[in-house]
Write a protein that binds this ligand. Structure first.
Ligand code: DX5
Ligand code: ZN
Length: 224
């Protein structure tokens, strides 16, 4: 793909956004954690919803998203790791989700569910697991607001980055130069370089951000 680089060093890619994953924050202090990470420079707040079925872990549902929404000024990027996300679109939209992304590996009728997300005025996206190729997402790349490429197997924070997924990012970027392409899992100061070079512009990071006392430091490193 032809990438323009302007004299100020910017490229013609969609702008870089850092999306800390609240999965690694202190849930007992969600209000102050949201304020702290927003003050540290978060562009989006990544919210990991796990149903204990699509992935072997359970996290949060719409009521907690609604609490987050009361305190957030940045958009809530809700990543639904659910077998049946299509049954919960209204619930997450009502809770205040700004983005809803659904897995291509889920049982959702993709086209219909993306349309239902959009009909609620919410930004829509598809997610692909490390073992899934880009193919099932391709028909939708022109219509969705975001493609999320998982760079770990979903279910837990703090896992090791899988570099083989970078090729799918390159492929998607070549097809959709203006699309927000998000990467999720194992992002740190080193792996973010590979992700951005491949064409990702939305960077999710959980443990790398929240393990530090000063959240601005890791966020600045991801942006550097
Ligand atoms: C994994 C989640 C991720 C997770 C990333 O299932 O989708 O968003 O929080 O955590 P790190 O950045 O620690 O790999
Ligand atoms: Zn996630």
């Amino acid at each position: 793909m032809l990438k323009l680089v302007f004299p100020n060093g910017e490229t013609d890619m969609p702008s870089l956004k850092i999306a800390p994953s609240l999965l690694s924050c202190d849930f007992a202090n969600i209000e102050s954690e949201i304020k702290r990470v927003e003050a540290a420079g978060a562009d989006l707040l990544h919210v990991d919803v796990m149903d204990g079925h699509f992935v072997p872990n359970l996290t949060i549902g719409p009521p907690v998203v609604a609490f987050m929404k009361k305190h957030a000024t940045k958009p809530l990027d809700c990543h639904l790791m659910m077998t049946e996300p299509h049954k919960y679109i209204d619930a997450f939209a009502d809770a205040g989700a700004d983005y809803i992304t659904i897995h291509v590996e889920s049982e959702a009728p993709l086209g219909e569910t993306l349309a239902a997300i959009k009909a609620r005025g919410v930004k829509s996206g598809l997610v692909i697991n490390p073992g899934t190729d880009l193919e099932p997402a391709k028909p939708f790349l022109k219509d969705i607001d975001m493609l999320l490429v998982m760079s770990v197997w979903p279910g837990f924070g703090g896992q090791k980055f899988i570099p083989e997924v970078l090729e799918k990012i390159r492929e998607a970027r070549a097809i959709a130069p203006d699309l927000d392409i998000e990467i999720d899992g194992g992002m740190n100061a080193e792996t973010v370089k590979l992700a951005r070079e491949a064409g990702a512009n939305v960077i999710v990071a959980g443990s790398f951000v929240f393990k530090e006392a000063d959240l601005a430091e890791p966020i600045a490193k991801l942006r550097a």
